[in-house]
Design a protein around this ligand. Structure first.
Ligand code: M6R
Length: 344
């Protein structure tokens, strides 16, 4: 798992380069003509769609839905001949995702497969393929493929927006920052010690940070077996706050400067119930603001909030990995899970 997290920047760069081998003219036509975009996938692939929804909406797409593939089989969303489906799957063999893509295509939608594996099942049913080039991912927990999926999805959103290089330049800059997150992991070590001592870890954030929080939670529970949930920060007070006590850790992701104050109040809600708090941020000056409240503030390199998921996701992957190791669990072989789920 660690080796693959260390390859995040490479996955980002290679996926970026490969994007231009896709038929961009056809993709652009589909993006511009779409009445609705539906992103479909399972697990981490689904979570990449939660991030991408914000990107597409920021580029003027009015209707962007993210669907769990296993639900589509029985409860397919409405589609028309102008609906664009982005079916995301690292392996390209996940039965639920392949079936969902096939059903939606049968209903008239145009299906683009976003996958790390050439000639996989999903590429055979899709109208078009966008390649993730993460390299072979062996570990059950998806890490570098998530970064590759985010890269493809970001570039598609920029293609829709009309950005000349589809985001190539800014993505290559962020790849350097991803490398520095992986290299400076002292605080991540401290955060994983806090996780290892907790009975429950809540990952919280707003907007795009919430989308990464969901992935952070999945990663942690998958390899450490600690109970975890990913939550919109503002929802905490509507129920989950009842679970907060001295054994609970809240990991709050903050990358929107305009939401900093709101997130500070989430920190206070947890601290006043004796819960412990860690903050992951790309904003400067947060450490000073939260002194005496958060146990630890991990300040990542400064980044545009839209590009921050590449950094915050890398951090939460490392936290999950280190927590598992601290608890003596083998992150490379999580119990009960298979790399590719080829049955319903
Ligand atoms: O190969 P896929 O991307 O279609 O796999 C989907 C999920 O099974 C997968 O992302 C799973 O959630 C991972 N174990 C998450 O780390």
């Amino acid at each position: 798992m660690l080796k693959e997290i260390n390859e995040n920047a490479q996955s980002l760069r290679h996926t970026c380069g490969a994007f231009f081998k896709s038929n961009l003219r056809r993709l652009k036509e589909q993006l511009d003509g779409a009445d609705k975009i539906i992103i479909v996938g399972c697990g981490t692939a689904y979570n990449s769609g939660l991030v991408a929804k914000r990107w597409f909406e920021g580029c003027g797409c009015t209707l962007v839905d993210v669907e769990v593939a296993s639900e589509v089989r029985y409860f397919p969303p409405k589609v028309t001949k102008s609906t664009l489906v982005l079916a995301v799957s690292q392996s390209g063999e996940t039965a639920d995702t392949v079936e969902a893509a096939s059903i939606l295509r049968g209903m008239g939608a145009y299906v683009v497969a976003i996958t790390n594996v050439d000639y996989s099942a999903i590429t055979k049913i899709a109208d078009q393929v966008v390649n993730v080039v993460a390299g072979c991912e062996i570990c059950v927990a998806a890490t570098k493929s998530y970064i590759g999926q985010l890269t493809s999805l970001y570039m598609l959103s920029q293609l829709k927006k009309g950005t000349a290089d589809c985001g190539f330049a800014v993505l290559n800059q962020i790849a350097q920052s991803v490398e520095s997150v992986v290299q400076n992991d002292e605080l991540i070590d401290k955060i994983s010690s806090l996780c290892a001592k907790s009975s429950a870890v809540f990952f919280l954030g707003r907007g795009i940070d919430y989308a990464v929080a969901v992935e952070g939670s999945l990663k942690l529970k998958e390899v450490s077996y600690i109970f975890s949930d990913g939550y919109p920060a503002g929802e905490l007070k509507h129920g989950t706050l009842a679970l907060v006590d001295e054994k609970t850790l809240g990991i709050i992701i903050i990358t929107h400067v305009q939401l900093l104050e709101k997130c500070q109040s989430t920190v206070e809600q947890i601290v006043s119930r004796h819960g412990r708090v860690v903050v992951i941020t790309t904003l400067q000056g947060v450490l000073e603001k939260l002194k005496g409240k958060a146990e630890c503030v991990l300040t990542l390199p400064e980044a545009d909030e839209n590009l921050s998921p590449f950094l915050t996701a890398t951090a939460v992957q490392l936290i999950a990995y280190k927590t598992a190791v601290k608890l003596g669990r083998n992150p490379d072989r999580p119990r009960n899970l298979a790399k590719s789920v080829t049955v319903e």
